[in-house]
Design a protein. Structure first.
Length: 313
């Protein structure tokens, strides 16, 4: 008996069979394209209308009299322990600290600021190195009107912006001697201890002493040292009156503490569910400072940003 031949399907018939599958896959393809372009899009946040600080002012910056020096004394303070984290640590600072110190030294020299780079010998061995920022600030606070603390994994990326302009945009007036004492940024976890300003005052001295005494927050063997958690605890427990008088938390994190955005499940989740926080803090071209907070490849990121700045000159 002759076998019946299977009817051949026309090209049009095959097209109609595949079309639903293509339409089903189209949203996923578009999502992948969008995700691939997100880092570049967020890197241009400022070009898309984000404004980290108010427009510049041409008004002079008067200071109260008498003052010991006609200039406002500002110092950048950072930790310069090249062995922090150890050679095989998950988040080693090897190769990062020397480069970031050079970057800040050039910025400080251009604007007449002091730079205090804390050496390894000044790090308290009884705690993770990041806690020693409190000791460094406490020791140098009496020598300057303001101290600007930077963690080692930070770089000045827009040296044209002076610290006075940042303070003016936060405080709202030119009297930097009679003003709040602590200027912070917030990220997804609350206030960040990696980059902040602190003013010389009795309140600041007491605050630093209290911060250092939060020994229950000290952590070893973790990417978290406990100093940030201790700071957050102190800020959360200030009275409304004390917050109003002594502390300012800036509205835009990118004012002086921007984070680079990389494509991970966590960063996508935050982008979707915490878009305003991401938008306020993501690093964009033109931002004053980049902070590699939470990133493991700090040396790679440091070299990348420094190369970019060199190519822009």
């Amino acid at each position: 008996m002759a076998m019946r031949s299977r009817p051949r399907r026309s090209a049009g018939h095959l097209y109609h069979l595949r079309l639903p599958r293509l339409l089903f896959l189209l949203p996923f393809a578009l999502l992948l394209i969008l995700l691939a372009r997100l880092p570049a899009l967020l890197r241009r946040a400022n070009a898309h209308g984000r404004q980290c600080m108010p427009a510049a002012t041409d008004r002079p910056i008067p200071f109260p009299h008498p003052v010991p020096d006609p200039r406002l004394s500002l110092a950048i303070v950072t930790l310069a322990d090249e062995d922090a984290g150890g050679p095989g640590a998950r988040r080693s600072f090897r190769g990062v600290l020397a480069a970031s110190a050079r970057n800040k030294r050039a910025y400080a020299a251009a604007h007449g600021y002091s730079l205090v780079a804390l050496p390894a010998s000044a790090v308290d061995p009884s705690r993770p190195p990041s806690w020693s920022k409190v000791l460094a600030l406490r020791a140098h606070l009496r020598h300057h009107h303001w101290l600007f603390w930077n963690d080692a994994d930070t770089l000045v990326t827009n040296p044209e912006i002076p610290l006075e302009r940042i303070l003016f945009s936060v405080i709202g007036h030119n009297n930097f001697v009679e003003s709040p004492d602590l200027v912070l940024t917030e990220d997804f976890g609350g206030v960040n201890a990696g980059v902040f300003f602190i003013r010389r005052s009795k309140w600041s001295e007491k605050f630093l002493d209290t911060w250092w005494n939060q020994t229950s927050f000290i952590q070893f063997g973790s990417t978290r040292s406990g100093d940030n958690a201790a700071l957050k605890h102190l800020i959360d427990h200030l009275s409304a009156e004390e917050m109003q008088e002594h502390v300012r938390i800036v509205k835009m994190q990118c004012l002086f503490n921007s984070y680079p955005w990389i494509l991970t499940l966590k960063s996508v989740h935050r982008l979707i569910f915490h878009l305003p926080t991401t938008w306020k803090g993501v690093y964009s071209d033109g931002d004053f400072m980049i902070h590699f907070a939470g990133l493991d490849d700090k040396q790679g990121w440091t070299n990348k940003i420094l190369r970019e700045r060199e190519n822009q000159r």
